[in-house]
Design a protein around this ligand. Sequence first.
Ligand SMILES: [Zn+2]
Ligand SMILES: [Zn+2]
Ligand SMILES: [Zn+2]
Length: 542
Amino acid sequence: MADAADAAEAPPSKRQRLEAAFEAQGEEGRRKRQHLCCSMCLGPFDEPVFVKPLGNTYCKGCITAWLSENRTDPLTGTRLTVREGNIAAVLVPNIAVQQIIDAQSVPCRYAARGCEAWSALGDLEAHEANCPCKPSKCARCAFVGSRLEVAAHEQACPFVVLGPVLDAQNARIRNLEGEVRDAKRRLTAEHEATQRLKARLEALEAQRPGDLAVVSPPAARRTRATRAGPAETDPTPVFQYPPGVAASDSIVVTRGDLRRLEPGGYLNEKLVDFYLKVIVADARRSPLAEDPDFGNMASAVHAFPSDFFTMLSAGNERVERWTRGVDVFAKKFLLVPVVEDLHWSLAIVCHPGELAKRAIAGHIYPTVDSADHEDGPARPCVIHMDSRGSSLHSARKIEKWLRCFLEMEWRKRHAGEEPFTLWAGPRAGSAIMNPADLLLARPKVPQQMNSADSGLYALRYAQEFLTRAVCRGAPLAVNGRDVSLDFRDHDFEAWFTGRDIAEMRRDIKKLAADLELEKIRAAYRREQAEDAAARPPRRPRQ
Ligand SMILES: [Zn+2]
Ligand SMILES: [Zn+2]
Ligand SMILES: [Zn+2]
């Protein structure tokens, strides 16, 4: 139930109520009215006051208006003194008359609607607030009547009976409207994102397999290898490798990294680490990787990231985090990229497991001369390949650090046994065998022509080495043969030329473009799938 609009209108004034009461009381009412009548306005008193010092009573409003113009009593004409124009000071409320007025019995304002109650003027408002005849309105429909009528109506009003159901429906409709608004907004945003991806996809498709230089404008080309320009620090991620694994387990290649693939660009750690992973993955995918003579390529090779050697040579023993879960002695080849003085070289540890086996057996390995036969065990060695000879990186130093690393790994697993670096055979002091029984080999490999290509050469050495190592019948086949023993006959310099290195920059760029394209395609497919899932399912036809 709610108050109807006309109940909210201003209630009648006291004077109107008194006039109505006197009118209804006939002769008696007229007599009462005469006693309570102001001689100025001739109506019932409104705020009756005396005028000092005479004692005649008037409405406060009537006498105040009079005294602002005159200084006499209106009834008797007697002169009055009003000090400093302060009229209120000569007026005193006539409490006795006010009490008589408040005690007058008057009818309820809803008499016309059937209320028969009369009440003292002072108490009337309390009655009217709860008067059963007060007009009221149904809480849920347009029905208007007295409070009693509305109470009766609401017992049967369908809107009131169904109220809770209607409320729930309304709330649901409001929720659905909100959801529709949100979904529309989301669809618009997704549509825009899809359009952007489509445009990017088309742009990339258009530039394949043509000029990849569009990706890296000629202005970004660097001729100085040692300084990275602003373009080479562009941190926008382009793709991650390998794709589809956690970001922490993958290499995120940026737009700036890729700029370094332009001719004359110096490959940074991220590019070398990325492409070395690709080379190892390619070797593992090779059909020859399952060659029974060689064994499983996947478990035979481990490539370290480039900061492995950097930290190792800084004396940081925490390098063990690179071998967590990897038994280096179970590997045939460990690929170790070395970066120092803005120059790259590659070290390969071959057959570290043989070193360990001999440490356990205390086995004295036959001399190099007598080991040159088909069925001899593989010879542990470090092969260092450097595109600038020995002018920048010290192969001896690299071999020393790698030996320390193997020693640490060995002690981690065999704490109680004798360290194998201390093993001293009969010819330990000779030029042929160093104390670790790790032969250091420095084959004559292709040499770089400029100052910027060392990273590519190091990568190419790894690629050529793995390709030949897994290739049956090739000079470096390791079917029980000692890799190092073939060095004398093998022509490493014929592996590749400077032109192949320039080609390699283009190959890596193309692979990067493919990986970026694949990433965009995957994102596009994901958007499409989400788009399809967001659309409401179609109702089957009845
Ligand atoms: Zn008056
Ligand atoms: Zn009433
Ligand atoms: Zn109703």
